[in-house]
Structure formats: structure tokens, C-alpha cells
Design a protein around this ligand. Structure first.
Ligand code: UDP
Length: 247
């Protein structure tokens, strides 16, 4: 969260710097099966974010001491490419990417039927090609689709979405300037059908009332994002049917 108070993020008509209303998402599209070698994959464009996700597994967890005798372990690895941001990002893991990998792994663990695969690991590689605020929730949203496209049994899809506070107003899905100069950012991961929250972080400050407003915006957007996820997966099955028809 920035401190520059002279930057106006909401105009006199209540519109945001990119012309959106407070409850509007940035443009969002998801594709599946974009990588041949992965067991499942997805590509997401969400605002200026461009993120690829590759899923491998379930396969025997290695090294062996990482195995869980009761369930599969999900290992998400979030990585920002050097060219994904304005100033070159130093390659390799850093504290931020380790933290994001951990919270995404935990969120996905809640959605996958991990108990069906004792001693296995499922790898989820999240490569941020272009970053524009909200990469963790975009990465999470795409990861969930990539897992489903790998045919991994899931109890639900996870939807990632954020809301925040800019110029004293609660708004959905912060863009880059809003993230930099706004007052709060609240990214969440939600199980689409049950509504259970599986990721929640917060940067900045919100009152209880503002927090409730932000959560409401996120919950409402979850339904819209879930439809886009389902559509991406339905597209995959339609394509498979056409392939089979042509055999
Ligand atoms: N960012 C950057 N360099 C970095 C890390 C982040 O330019 O090393 C930018 C990037 O656009 C990212 C945004 O800052 O999307 C917000 O980062 P944050 O840590 O809040 O995570 P995110 O919102 O992407 O989940």
C-alpha cells in the first residue's frame, strides 16, 4: 500500500482510474490444456496479469520424508519471471514467492480429494509472465482449473478474488495503481460451491464494516469467476468430444 495521498483513484462520477465501477472485475479469461507435457494446464489473463499453470501428478512424493501416509501433498510453486514487472525481478525464490506458494498450496489442498492419493505429491507450477496486481488470486484461480483439467478429483473449485479500499471506498479487484496507492487489499480464496474461505490475507487497514463490505463484493464476484472457470473446463470437454467424433 502506498502513501501518496495526492493521487486520485476515484473520479467525481465514482469511476476508477481504468474506468471501472467499484463492483466491476477486470477483464478475465481462462484457457485450459495449453501445455502438452503437463498432466493439466491453464493460462489466465486477468487485467494485465498473464499467468501459466502446469500441473504434474499425482506421483510418488519425493524425497520420501515429504510423503504423508494419509493423503497427497500439494506443492504449489509461484514464480515471477524476471520480465514480468517494470523493474527486472531478480530470478529465483524470495520471501514473497515462498509465502505465496505456501498459501496457494494450502488453499488447493482444501479443494482436492487428497485422501485418495496417500504418499503422492501433486505439483502446481505457477509462472507469472506479466504481473499487474492480484497475481496470487489469479494464480490460484488458474491453478484450480489446471488441477481439474488434469482429471484430479476435486470436491470444489477454488476461486481467487480480492477487494480493497481506495480513496476511502471499498472496491473489487484492485488494479496496479490501486494496489500501489490504495489503503487496503484483501485477497481471498473461496471454495466456489460451499463458500468456505481457504485463503485470506490482508495488506493495510479496514474497519469491521469495511471488511464485511469487501467480503460481500468478493463473494458476489466468486459466482462470476466460477462461471468463467467452468466455461474454460467445458470448452476442454467440448474439444475432446469433437476430436473423438473425428476419429
Ligand atoms: N510487484 C512488483 N515486483 C515484485 C513484486 C510485486 O512489481 O517483486 C508488483 C506486481 O505487479 C504485483 C503487485 O506488485 O502483482 C502486487 O504485489 P503483491 O505482493 O500485493 O501480490 P499480488 O497482488 O500480485 O498477489
Amino acid at each position: 500500500m502506498g502513501t501518496a495521498s495526492d493521487i486520485k483513484l476515484i473520479d467525481e462520477n465514482g469511476l476508477r482510474i481504468d474506468g471501472r465501477s467499484p463492483t466491476e472485475l477486470r477483464p478475465l479469461k481462462i484457457e485450459t490444456d495449453v501445455l502438452d507435457r503437463a498432466d493439466g494446464s491453464a493460462y489466465i489473463e486477468w487485467g494485465g496479469n498473464k499467468i501459466l499453470v502446469a500441473v504434474y501428478g499425482p506421483r510418488e512424493a519425493y524425497p520420501k520424508h515429504t510423503q504423508d501416509i494419509d493423503k497427497a501433498v500439494i506443492k504449489a510453486r509461484y514464480n515471477m519471471s524476471a520480465f514480468s514487472v517494470d523493474e527486472r525481478k531478480r530470478p529465483g525464490p524470495d520471501r514473497r514467492s515462498v509465502e505465496i506458494s505456501k498459501v496457494i498450496s494450502e488453499a488447493l489442498q482444501a479443494a482436492v480429494m487428497v485422501e485418495q492419493f496417500p504418499r503422492a505429491q501433486i505439483d502446481v507450477f505457477i509462472e507469472v509472465l506479466q504481473a499487474d496486481a492480484g497475481t496470487r488470486i489469479a494464480g490460484l484461480t488458474a491453478s484450480s482449473v489446471a488441477l481439474a483439467s488434469a482429471g484430479i478429483p476435486m470436491r470444489d473449485l477454488v476461486v481467487g478474488c480480492a477487494a480493497g479500499k481506495v480513496d476511502g471506498k471499498i472496491v473489487l479487484d484492485l488494479g496496479k495503481e490501486e494496489d500501489n496507492f490504495g489503503q487496503a487489499d484483501l485477497p481471498m480464496g473461496i471454495l466456489a460451491r460451499s463458500g468456505k474461505i481457504v485463503l485470506m490475507q490482508m495488506d493495510g487497514d479496514l474497519t469491521e464494516d469495511e471488511f464485511n463490505q469487501a467480503t460481500e463484493l468478493i463473494m458476489d464476484a466468486t459466482r462470476r469467476i466460477y462461471e468463467i472457470q467452468r466455461e474454460a473446463l467445458a470448452g476442454k470437454y467440448r474439444a475432446m468430444a469433437i476430436e473423438r467424433g473425428g476419429e
